[in-house]
Design a protein around this ligand. Structure first.
Ligand SMILES: [Cu+2]
Length: 519
């Protein structure tokens, strides 16, 4: 499949896709791109199976790592992990066996829990028959460990990833918190992630510690990491995926932590929900079925400066939200619902700031609320400080660059160019800040734009101040049709190759990506 997708790109057009044959078993009998003949997933009764919570990965004995921290580990003791990427079998739909590709054969993969300024080495072993590259999304990562798209781990080989887990420039207000690791191999990221290569990487810091110690946030026992995805299954339970569908893959089964519409038992107290949109091309607009207000205190990799009262959150692909939900006075059943209307890979209906919503929406996860009410639990209030932000000031800006995201020849370009890992499109200087103008060229397409290495700080969205949840740090900003985001970004600590790309994984694989080097 990867060779055929590459052949397609070499031919300079996607129009010949129908002439190329996919790898056997990659998808069902329907013709290339014929959305009308997509298989419908087998029917099932939702909310019969319990939520799967991925295990926390245990460290291994130290080994001689082949990666280079370049001093970024600051001499701190290093924790070592090892993961083997291999096939596994799971039940996405009850009663049907589905083969997945997983970190240690698990989908989602094991959660890595670490701490800011505590260096980690992860040895990734490739026991699959495809090329891999691992990106730690939302981290301040060394170039050689960032999962550059053609820094491949070939089948049968391994690669060591060095994560110093430092906040940029040792500024603790830059401490990242909810990151995730997922595949980033050139041209085939969409299929690799779709088949299961995604997991949480959670990094505690002093601000989070203080909130938990002060009982403003719940501790680990009342925290649920949730990755939302959509899948499509063939009648035999195998995953359907069409590598020649370049608009953006949409499934017809809503999956939370690898299981279709599960349930979870919760007590009558407050819970922290760390939600990740891990889908290829589906955006999620989330509400509780009760319509209840919750607190939104983390966005992408960073805790927000202050807690916000919300009753709706929007997640483009790769976006994360950290929410505090109060079940104390809830009815016995509450659903987390997707209320965003999206029927095509190109994006949801409506606009980013005024999406078209359906209420009631599609229930994703059922909370079964039980037991007596816990009084005085997790006292975080709207407006309370969470993690301070040190904004980038206009006086720090040394350059302005404009990046336009558009469709060309059935594939995707940034500033009229397809991704080429050997072409450097920008060379920002170490320890400077720049203004980047991110523009969606239109055509009805949505592009969640992800920048590696550093947070972007959105100054303007379509010429106006961004909504408060987008006003501090972000690693992925959704650009709806014709949207323009003006962002400030710094380039600190690490030189080398990095990328920016659309996180619609089909757009990314069809070259909506650009390489820039910190020099
Ligand atoms: Cu896109």
């Amino acid at each position: 499949m990867n060779l055929t997708r590459r052949g397609l790109l070499a031919a300079g057009t996607a129009a010949g896709a129908g002439l190329l044959l996919p790898r056997s078993g990659a998808w069902a009998e329907s013709g290339p791109g014929s959305s009308g003949s997509l298989p419908r997933s087998p029917a099932f009764r939702p909310f019969q199976r319990e939520l799967f919570v991925p295990p926390t990965l245990a460290p291994v004995a130290p080994f001689a790592a082949t990666c280079d921290f370049a001093g970024a580990d600051r001499g701190q003791p290093i924790t070592y992990y090892q993961l083997t990427q291999r096939r596994g079998v799971t039940e996405i739909i009850p009663g049907l066996q589905t083969e997945i590709w997983g970190y240690d054969g698990l989908y989602p993969g094991p959660t890595i829990r670490t701490r800011i300024n505590e260096p980690v080495v992860v040895r990734q072993v490739n026991a699959l028959d495809t090329e891999l590259s691992v990106h730690l999304h939302g981290a301040h990562a060394l170039s050689g460990s960032d999962g550059f798209p053609n820094d491949f781990i070939f089948p049968g080989q391994s690669r060591d990833y060095c994560y110093p887990n430092v906040p940029a420039a040792q500024d603790l207000t830059d401490s990242f918190n909810t990151a995730w690791y997922h595949d980033h191999a050139m041209d085939i990221t969409g299929e690799n992630v779709y088949r299961g290569l995604a997991a949480f990487y959670l990094v505690s810091n002093v601000f989070e510690d203080a909130l938990i110690a002060q009982r403003k946030l719940p501790g680990r026992a009342f925290e649920l990491p949730l990755v939302l995805q959509d899948k499509r299954l063939n009648a035999d339970g195998s995953l359907f995926f069409n590598p020649f569908q370049h608009d953006g893959f949409l499934g017809d089964v809503m999956v939370v932590n690898g299981r279709a519409q599960p349930f979870v038992r919760v007590q009558r107290r407050k819970y922290r929900l760390r939600i990740l949109n891990g889908a290829n091309a589906r955006h999620f607009g989330l509400r509780l079925s009760t319509g209840a207000t919750f607190l939104h205190f983390g966005e992408d990799s960073w805790l927000l400066p202050r807690a916000l009262a919300r009753n709706y959150v929007l997640l483009g692909m790769a976006n994360r939200v950290d929410l505090l939900v109060d079940f104390r006075n809830a009815p016995n059943e509450v659903f987390l619902e997707n209320v965003l209307v999206q029927n095509e890979g190109r994006g949801p209906e409506g606009t980013v700031l005024a999406p078209r919503l359906k209420v009631p929406g599609t229930p994703l996860l059922k909370f079964i609320v039980e037991g007596p009410t816990q009084p005085d639990d997790a006292t975080l209030q709207p407006g309370d400080p969470v993690q301070p932000d040190t904004p980038i000031l206009p006086g720090e800006i040394v350059a302005t660059r404009t990046w336009e995201f558009e469709r060309r020849q059935g594939a995707w370009v940034i500033n009229d160019k397809f991704f080429d890992p050997d072409r450097v499109d920008a060379r920002p200087r170490l320890n400077t800040a720049e203004r980047w103008i991110l523009k969606n060229g239109g055509g009805g397409w949505w592009h969640p734009v992800h920048i590696h290495l550093e947070a972007m700080e959105i100054q303007r969205f379509n010429g106006r101040a961004p909504p408060p949840e987008w006003a501090s740090k972000k690693d992925t900003v959704i650009l709806g049709p014709n949207d323009v985001a003006e962002v400030f970004i710094r380039f600190r600590d690490f030189r080398g190759r990095y990328v920016m790309h659309c996180h619609n994984l089909e757009h990314e694989d069809m070259r909506m990506m650009t390489r820039w080097d910190v020099v």
